[in-house]
Write a protein that binds this ligand. Structure first.
Ligand code: FAD
Length: 433
């Protein structure tokens, strides 16, 4: 029997179009492994909503692997140490993993190469992006700081590679290494169980992602017209599936690209925002942690009043209906419509003058799609503090945006105390004027 191959799983929890699994399954018996490393990411350890999603995603992948006679070995601790230990225990000749760009994963990838026993190598595969960081450079060979030229350069390279099928057979090791029990990781909230809204809103896992994509094929042509309207189900809601790698952007691209209409073209550009964000954090690893333009530190309010305003924002009690609806949607469902994410973030920074990093951390804790690159890059974009061209003086006025994007029914759903107001009044209730 050939030597076992460890498959190091992170945000790539799928069987189809999983290049690391594909390579491992061809090379020998596979030991899929997930390490819960709570320390490595520091401030960006999994937030509450992410932990909830992770539990269900691992459970779902475990079932799918089980149908192929395989399973996931779960370990908790420092990822490098645990992987090297498993390689020693099993005599594995390789660890296969999809390349990740968060600074803590890059550090682990570097350290792991040194920590592995001789005879075991780390094989990193591209797999989660259309344009891996480093693969698209500007005229002088550097990273694109501005999204639009980056997006044009990526579109010029499309279509992406062919997608890979899920393996029909995955070999098992002679003996399975010991594993933690997923339930013992306590990823699900219990006291209190605040996840009821998430359970109602989401189906988690690879087959749920494929189902959502099937539905989305029917709707993508309307994307250009409806994507900014929070009262409609006008966007794909694939973001948590893409973030956790339950589906790859390559799969999404190939499934949708035949439509070739205006809706698809706009949608393709949104997918490329993901790649842009990864390119930015690969170049500026601390991007979600500090402003990349000077002069903002003295602007941010602090103290009891600012804290009270921040708390009101997190609870959806600012008195601005569109902002409150968004913040309550976030709390209930672990997701917020993109237009409203922008309005709520702009409100925190430009109306309340609160440091964007406090908002970034709140979104990080509450979003099921909380993504180091996407979250940090969008917060800096909204705040006008980043390397891109967006300026601080651009403000998203919540009252006019709410009206412009016909948010009345959305507000009624998430701020029920305003439900009786007319479409004209609900954006700016008369008693609060
Ligand atoms: P669709 O409109 O259907 O777009 C398709 C896919 O493209 C999305 O699933 C997502 O993967 C990608 N995408 C779309 N817009 C963006 C964007 N602006 N930046 C990066 N990728 C994008 N997205 C996250 O995935 N994780 C985050 O942590 C996150 N934080 C955000 C914070 C702020 C302040 C703002 C303004 C936006 C943030 N976004 C984040 C981007 C965007 O809001 C979500 O990706 C989108 O709302 C997800 O819904 P959807 O899948 O229906 O998107």
């Amino acid at each position: 029997m050939s030597a076992p191959q460890i498959l190091w799983l992170r945000r790539d929890l799928r069987l189809a179009d999983q290049p690391a699994l594909h390579a491992a399954a061809q090379a020998g018996p596979v030991i899929p492994m997930f390490v819960l490393d709570d320390a490595a990411a520091g401030d960006h350890a999994y937030g509450g909503a992410s932990r909830w999603w992770l539990h269900h995603s691992l459970e779902s992948l475990g079932h799918s692997l089980g149908k192929l006679g395989s399973r996931i070995v779960l370990r908790r601790g420092d990822a490098t140490t645990e992987l090297a230990k498993l390689a020693n225990e099993t005599g594995a000749s390789a660890i296969h993993a999809i390349r990740h760009y968060e600074p803590w994963w890059r550090k682990a990838q570097t350290e792991l190469k040194k920590a592995l026993p001789s005879g075991c190598e780390l094989c990193l595969h591209d797999g989660n992006y259309l344009a891996e960081p480093g693969s698209v450079a500007n005229g002088s060979g550097g990273v694109y700081k501005i999204y639009t030229p980056f997006s044009k350069a990526v579109l010029d390279r499309m279509p992406p590679r062919e997608e890979l099928p899920a393996p029909e057979h995955i070999g098992s090791p002679e003996e399975w290494p010991k594993s933690d029990d997923l339930a013992d990781w306590n990823l699900l909230p219990t006291k209190p169980d605040w996840a009821g809204g998430l359970r109602d809103f989401w189906e988690v896992g690879e087959s749920a992602a494929q189902d959502r994509l099937d539905e989305w094929v029917e709707s993508v042509s309307g994307y250009e017209a409806s994507r900014n309207l929070p009262s409609q189900d006008g966007s794909s809601r694939l973001s948590p599936h893409l973030h956790w790698g339950e589906i790859s952007p390559v799969q999404v691209w190939h499934r949708l690209a035949d439509t070739r209409d205006e809706g698809w073209q706009t949608y393709a550009k949104e997918l490329i925002w993901r790649d842009y964000a990864q390119n930015i954090i690969a170049e500026y690893p601390d991007y979600p942690l500090k402003s990349y333009r000077d002069g903002f530190e003295s602007l941010w309010r602090s103290g009891a009043d600012a804290d009270a305003d921040f708390t009101a924002w997190t609870k959806g009690r600012t008195g601005y209906p569109i902002v409150d609806a968004g913040m309550r949607q976030l709390w209930q469902t672990g997701w917020m419509h993109n237009r409203v994410r922008m309005i709520a973030a702009s409100f925190l920074v430009k109306h309340l003058l609160i440091d964007w990093r406090r908002g970034e951390q709140w979104y990080w804790d509450c979003l099921v799609d909380a993504d180091y690159g996407n979250n940090g890059v969008n917060w800096q974009w909204i705040s006008g503090t980043g390397v891109d061209s967006n300026m601080f003086v651009r403000i998203m006025a919540p009252l006019t945006q709410s009206e412009k994007f016909a948010a009345a029914d959305y507000i009624r759903e998430y701020v029920p105390e305003l439900a009786a107001l007319s479409d004209d009044d609900i954006h700016d209730p008369p008693e609060s004027r």
